[in-house]
Write a protein that binds this ligand. Structure first.
Ligand code: LLP
Length: 435
């Protein structure tokens, strides 16, 4: 990203105003080089310590093009639904590198996972052990699995995205003995092969100590499993959650720091427990896609309440980025057509939905925002498109992939026709032609 001679924001070697002319707004823009560089940064950081696999959490941003890039970069893929699995398979993602997560996978999804030979099903609960065993029995297959453990580590993050603490809907609780009971249960199945353990302590985490602490707990559990069951598990998946920069105050770490926190703890703890070093798996999502994305909007109406606030409205909002409304997330932005000017006017950026809570950014300094200006919001590659909705029957924006001065459409803009595609008019309501 840079500012060009016209004072316009440029991404992937393209003036964003050219992108707007060609594709319209709102527009998701994904910087291919940035996305790939992030994949490599995590891959290399962990590879330095030996046997490891980085898998991209596709809930962050899933589409065919993203799956293809992730595959090309040699990463694995974390999917959490039949839809994400379907997307990966349609992108010809090698199934053996797919990990299937989720706290309530349906029977159909488990059948799909086993039939398509996904590498690992990350089993979340006792009901799922039974369900998956039955599916495997019926299909005459064995399935490699990991067990998701809730290690009881709380990372400082938003209440809704903490997942490692005891009171969580995810995984087998360590503290009450469920984790060991789950190992015992799996050992008694015929068709499930326990390859290792998984945990995920939350998202947007900056504290590397939390990972080190979780690693210690997981190695203790591996040791206990070895003692009790004579089973030395080969894999340890430490989840995702690596935090990124959204706004001032965020202090992201380097992938190497994450790798060090996990791997050096792992090395010393396994040695102390006379265990072999397991293969380590991590599953970052936000840190790969987030910084590689920006969203472009056109400014429209504005409203000034003297002495109170000036609102400027964009042609998108909570439908394409629900994070501010959901989590109070903060973003930084610039007027892309005057990116070289000092941001000197304090405004709040409103979305277009019929809801007071649809505010994209409260209190941000922008350079003289006017109707028709293009607003670029940064770090929107993660959990924006993937969490978008059609509220108010607003169509989802298009997404373009930019690289070396070239822009390619990777997700089409939803048309009005798309919005009614699944609507059905029952016979008894059909009165003449509906236009
Ligand atoms: N692995 C598991 C098991 C997860 O549940 C998640 C995220 C990840 C990996 C990837 O975490 P990441 O590296 O992206 O932090 N919608 C929320 C975030 C929810 C995260 C859910 N799980 C947001 O917009 O902040």
């Amino acid at each position: 990203m840079r500012i060009n001679a016209q004072g316009h924001l440029e991404v992937g070697g393209i003036d964003v105003l050219d992108l707007v002319r060609e594709f319209g707004t709102p527009l998701y823009v994904l910087d291919e080089e940035g996305f790939r560089a992030n994949c490599r940064a995590f891959r290399d950081a962990f590879a330095k310590y030996g046997h490891s696999l980085v898998i991209y959490a596709s809930k962050t941003l899933s589409c065919l093009a993203a799956c293809i890039i992730v595959e090309e970069e040699g990463l694995g893929l974390d999917v959490v639904s039949g839809g994400e699995l379907y997307t990966a398979l349609r992108a010809s993602f090698p199934p053996e590198r797919i990990f299937f997560h989720g706290n309530n996978k349906t029977l159909d999804e488990l059948v799909m996972a086993v039939e398509s030979r996904v590498g690992r099903v990350v089993v979340d609960n006792f009901y799922e052990i039974e369900l998956l065993e039955n599916v495997c029995e019926r299909l005459g297959r064995t399935q490699n699995i990991l067990l998701r453990i809730t290690p009881g580590v709380e990372a400082h993050t938003h209440e809704y995205i903490k997942t490692g603490q005891i009171d969580s809907k995810f995984g087998f609780t360590l503290a009450n003995g469920d984790a060991l009971k789950a190992v015992d249960t799996v050992c008694r199945t015929k068709n499930l092969r326990l390859m290792g353990l998984h945990c995920h302590i939350g998202s947007q985490i900056f504290e590397m100590d939390a990972y080190a602490h979780a690693t210690e707990i997981m190695v203790d559990l591996l040791a206990e499993i070895k003692n009790r069951f004579g089973l030395e598990l080969e894999e340890l998946n430490m989840g995702g959650g690596f935090g990124i920069y959204y706004h001032s105050g965020d202090e992201p770490r380097q992938p190497e720091e994450w790798a060090k926190a996990v791997m050096s703890t792992l090395r010393s703890k396994t040695e102390a427990n006379a265990l072999r070093m397991p293969k380590v798996i991590v599953e970052p999502g936000r840190a790969i896609a987030g910084p590689a994305g920006i969203t472009l909007y056109t400014l429209g109406s504005y409203k000034e309440i003297p002495g109170v606030r000036k609102y400027v409205a964009v042609d998108g909002g909570m439908t394409d980025n629900p994070r501010p409304a959901l989590y109070g997330s903060k973003y930084e932005a610039v007027i892309a057509n005057r990116a070289d000017r000092e941001p000197d006017e304090l405004v709040s950026v409103a979305g277009r939905c019929c809801e007071s809570g649809d505010m994209l950014i409260w209190d941000i300094k922008l350079s003289h925002p006017q109707p028709g200006d293009i607003l670029a919001v940064f770090a929107t590659g993660a959990y924006n498109y993937s969490m978008s909705s059609n509220y108010n029957r607003v169509g989802r924006p298009a997404m373009v992939l930019v690289r070396d001065g070239q822009a390619d459409l990777i997700v089409k803009r939803e048309s009005y026709e798309d919005l009614i595609r699944n609507d059905v008019i029952p016979e008894r309501l059909a009165r003449g032609d509906v236009v």
